[in-house]
Design a protein. Structure first.
Length: 311
């Protein structure tokens, strides 16, 4: 049988195909992030996880089974949305990104926020998912970037703080520590001096409102349209309560939250108030008790931190 000669260009095609294959391999290997150490995450969190091959995500979860929860008078199984979770995915430069949601009761929220910050994690949202819940349930969203060990250890620290609180007080508390006087006698002048601005007084209470600039649908909006930070004080100078709202840019949020918690002020909500505004603002609601001047100093410090992040 005669030898069938291949066209002269076939070797060139083979070399070209090989070169393309090598290039694709190198490119893919360079772009592909490092694998997630799932065993390490399970060991550090103490939880078994599930791996999604489709999204390359490893997820651990922890249902809230320690306290019976009713929604709309119905005993709600954790499967229906009462489970804390943390998901880990590869990020750039061999790092790992983590996002999660944590089921909390009111007396757990702020100690857990502080625990998250101590572990180097971010707190990105705090809100409710239900109405007519008994006891009231809140959901704290968390995030972070770093090694899987650091992130998993941070998640464990959060869950351990919840366990610690419930072990000490099996029934969730119904109020913050310290009482609020029935009569309001706040002295405005010291607070105005600390905050560096004039406020308004009514029936022994004191309030300041600070506007921030934005546009929405091409129109300028500011303080009167709801882009504002405010603080309202009641009670007495030594036994005061302050509540309010912080308008924050995304790059300011973690610093503001950390500053408020460091000063003992409780975070009660983190969410958005509007859409299509530029720049985009997030809003944090808070509640604090204590000496009025100390509370004002913490708020002033948080405002100063915002000034470190120019728009």
């Amino acid at each position: 049988m005669p030898f069938l000669a291949l066209p002269s260009f076939v070797p060139s095609l083979r070399l070209l195909a090989l070169a393309i294959a090598v290039l694709l391999f190198v490119t893919t290997a360079h772009a592909a992030p490092a694998n997630i150490d799932t065993a390490e995450i399970e060991e550090l969190t103490g939880l078994k996880g599930a791996y999604s091959k489709e999204e390359n995500v490893f997820k651990v979860s922890k249902p809230r089974t320690d306290v019976k929860i009713k929604i709309d008078k119905w005993p709600m199984p954790p499967f229906m949305g009462l489970g804390s979770w943390a998901a880990f995915a590869p990020a750039q430069d061999g790092q790992v990104v983590m996002m999660g949601d944590t089921v909390l009761f009111e007396d757990e929220v702020n100690p857990v926020i502080s625990a998250a910050f101590e572990a180097g994690l971010e707190v990105t949202a705090l809100h409710n998912h239900f109405f007519f819940d008994e006891p009231k349930v809140y959901f704290m969203h968390i995030g972070g970037t770093g090694s899987s060990a650091k992130l998993a250890a941070g998640v464990k620290k959060i869950y351990d703080k919840v366990t610690e609180i419930r072990a000490a007080h099996p029934v969730p508390s119904s109020q913050f520590p310290r009482t609020i006087p029935q009569e309001n006698k706040i002295s405005p002048q010291p607070l105005e001096q600390i905050l560096g601005m004039k406020g308004s007084s009514k029936d022994g209470m004191f309030k300041v409102v600070i506007g921030r600039p934005a546009t929405m649908h091409g129109a300028p909006v500011g303080k009167e349209m709801g882009i504002n930070t405010w603080a309202a004080f009641a009670g007495t100078d030594s036994e005061a309560v302050v509540d309010g709202d912080f308008a924050m840019l995304a790059d300011e949020m973690q610093t503001v939250l950390r500053t408020m918690r460091a000063g003992g002020i409780n975070i009660v909500a983190i969410h958005q108030h509007m859409t299509h505004e530029k720049p985009h603002y997030l809003f944090m609601h808070y509640w604090g008790k204590g000496d009025a001047k100390d509370l004002a100093k913490t708020i002033r410090s948080a405002l100063n931190k915002q000034a470190d992040h120019p728009e």
